[in-house]
Design a protein around this ligand. Structure first.
Ligand code: PGA
Length: 258
């Protein structure tokens, strides 16, 4: 696991964009795992800028980590909407290669949900697996919507959102917890671990405890992100606030990523 500490949010966004663009220059047909939330916004802005300078996405395939159950793609808080607004509509991805889990599965038909989740996994496999998975981290240590206690071997499935995640995300729902969907569909921790490379980003003091536990704590399902310790190519890029509880010394400049 490589941990890079950058000064601030702007610097982590730029460093992350370097990792993504290097991946695309090396393999223009890369499969990218995409994340939503506040953290990757700076990275996506930077990718849009690099696209204007020639970074080509035409052969790239994407798979998003998760989606709220019950929100149609047109809902401003859906992750479909987020991805199109903040990245997809500004770059030259081929729409046929974009995959985002559907939030419109019927919660009364568990067999169908199971089939749909299996289908999503099969699409990832058929695309050759994810080359680079971008991740944020919840203040509670979640990755995707794999909340504390999620099986470390889990695959794509439905999860119930914890109260702490709802409190963190209430800002996107007019600060009303009751407006936040109860469930989400999410890639599992096992799905994420199958990615060839993982790029986890964190910014801000409210992530410091989760980063401390992820990097220097034991691997535990209570901190789902701690499983990245097991991955052979995990890169963590965090700002000084998110790194503020770390005890050991880490890299300061993103250089050799292999
Ligand atoms: P945030 O969310 O980037 O909005 O902090 C991260 C996450 O919950 O994974």
């Amino acid at each position: 696991m490589l941990v890079f500490i950058q000064k601030n949010y702007e610097e982590i966004s730029k460093a992350a964009a370097r990792v993504v663009s290097e991946t695309l220059y090396e393999k223009p047909t890369s499969v990218l795992g995409m994340a939503t939330g506040g953290t990757p916004l700076g990275l996506y802005k930077e990718l849009i800028r690099l696209h204007k300078e020639g970074l080509d996405f035409s052969k790239v395939t994407t798979f998003n980590l998760d989606e709220y159950i019950g929100l149609p793609p047109s809902h401003p808080q859906s992750y479909h909407y987020f991805m199109y607004e903040n990245l997809f509509k500004h770059i030259n991805l081929d729409e046929r290669y974009i995959h985002i889990p559907s939030g419109m599965v019927d919660m009364n038909d568990l067999d169908k949900i199971h089939q749909y989740c299996e289908w999503y996994e099969q699409q990832i496999t058929a695309a050759g697996g994810i080359d680079l998975q971008i991740l944020g981290i919840g203040a509670n240590g979640h990755i995707g919507f794999n909340e504390p206690g999620s099986s470390l071997g889990s695959r794509t499935r439905i999860k119930t959102l914890t109260l702490s995640t709802k409190q963190d995300n209430a800002r996107f729902f007019e600060n009303e917890i009751t407006k936040i969907p109860k469930y989400a569909i999410t890639m599992g921790i096992g799905t994420i671990l199958d990615s060839k490379k993982i790029l986890l980003l964190a910014s801000g003091k409210n992530k410091a405890k989760a980063i401390k536990d992820t990097v220097e704590g034991p691997i535990t399902a209570q901190v789902p992100a701690s499983i990245v310790q097991m991955h052979r190519k995990a890169i963590l890029i965090v700002d000084e606030d998110a790194a503020s509880l770390l005890d050991n010394e880490y890299e300061e400049i993103v250089t050799n990523l292999e």
